[in-house]
Design a protein. Structure first.
Length: 310
């Protein structure tokens, strides 16, 4: 387990170094350690480092959030982008941007994500929340919210609608320090909470009756996990838009790498960071939003999961 975690950390470090030193204006490796000239340090500090940190933190938040939701639903399809929590965060953010013309996008995304999660949770509650019911209700709510997003876009100013459409694709382009401040503040609080809930979630995967026999409050733990997972998903969505399929794939890849049962929150966070920053590195070369690449490869992975489940 420790060896595999160390390997994941090394992969993230290598991707980070490549992302900071390569591009249209390559900079020497010494720049990362205070060397290089002023122009090199400006490129790294003001342009590439905020984008890299956005990719790392957003990827980690999506990976950890996906691990929490898949553990709660006991289903590999129990991902925030499948269940619709990130769509709810995006809807609220779009309303702030295009209807109310406000600047509190991060706050709006968090409120929308939490509100959607509570709605799905309440609608799915019938003699306790069951994983398949949570997913089906979430898919329905996500379809409705996608229609709301499309309606808001059609009613917005053309220029604003174009910018919002790019944001809805999921992108790390042009991230600045002000854009990533909310997730830099939120993730160090939410990720330890998810790790702390990990033991109870592992017990919950054995079944509600078994969990209660071991002293775990099933509904209380489930609700707390959903709130923490939604918080991570919402701040990630506020920072980069609804980047798809990272939350779906990262926990499953992490589980196969570690070969350990349970939510595997930390490995999933590291895997999510590696997947998103690696995809963004490729997206920079192809001049595409990162959400396009994650959508393509995530769709292939989703088809693979469905085929295995069939």
């Amino acid at each position: 387990m420790k060896v595999r975690l160390t390997a994941l950390v090394l992969v993230v470090v290598v991707i980070a170094v490549v992302a900071l030193t390569t591009g249209d204006d390559p900079v020497p490796l010494a720049t990362l350690f205070g060397g290089g000239d002023a122009a090199d340090r400006l490129v790294v500090g003001m342009l590439r480092l905020p984008r890299l940190l956005a990719g790392l933190f957003v990827g980690a938040a999506l990976g950890a959030g996906g691990a929490v939701f898949q553990s709660v639903s006991r289903n590999p399809l129990g991902s925030p982008d499948i269940v619709g929590f990130d769509i709810g965060a995006a809807t609220s953010a779009l309303l702030v941007l295009l209807v109310w013309h406000g600047s509190a996008v991060a706050l709006g995304a968090v409120a929308g994500g939490v509100g959607t999660a509570l709605l799905v949770y309440l609608l799915a509650m019938r003699r306790g929340v069951r994983g398949h019911r949570l997913i089906l209700v979430g898919i329905g709510i996500a379809a409705m919210l996608s229609s709301v997003n499309a309606f808001v876009l059609t009613r917005a100013d053309v220029t604003d609608a174009q910018s919002a459409a790019v944001w809805l694709t999921g992108s790390l382009n042009g991230r600045e320090w002000t854009d990533i401040r909310p997730i830099l503040l939120a993730l160090p609080v939410l990720l330890p909470l998810a790790l702390w809930l990990g033991r109870d979630l592992r017990m919950l995967e054995l079944g509600d009756d078994t969990a209660r026999a071991l002293g775990v409050g099933a509904e209380r733990t489930r609700l707390a996990a959903i709130v923490v997972g939604v918080g991570m998903t919402a701040v990630a969505t506020a920072c980069a838009g609804p980047v798809t399929f990272v939350a779906l794939a990262a926990p499953q890849v992490a589980r196969r790498l570690t070969r350990v049962t349970g939510p595997n929150v930390l490995p999933a966070a590291l895997t999510g960071a590696a997947l998103l920053t690696g995809a963004d590195l490729a997206a920079r070369r192809l001049l595409l939003p990162v959400g396009v690449l994650t959508g393509v490869f995530g769709g292939i992975y989703l088809a693979f999961l469905l085929r295995r489940a069939a």
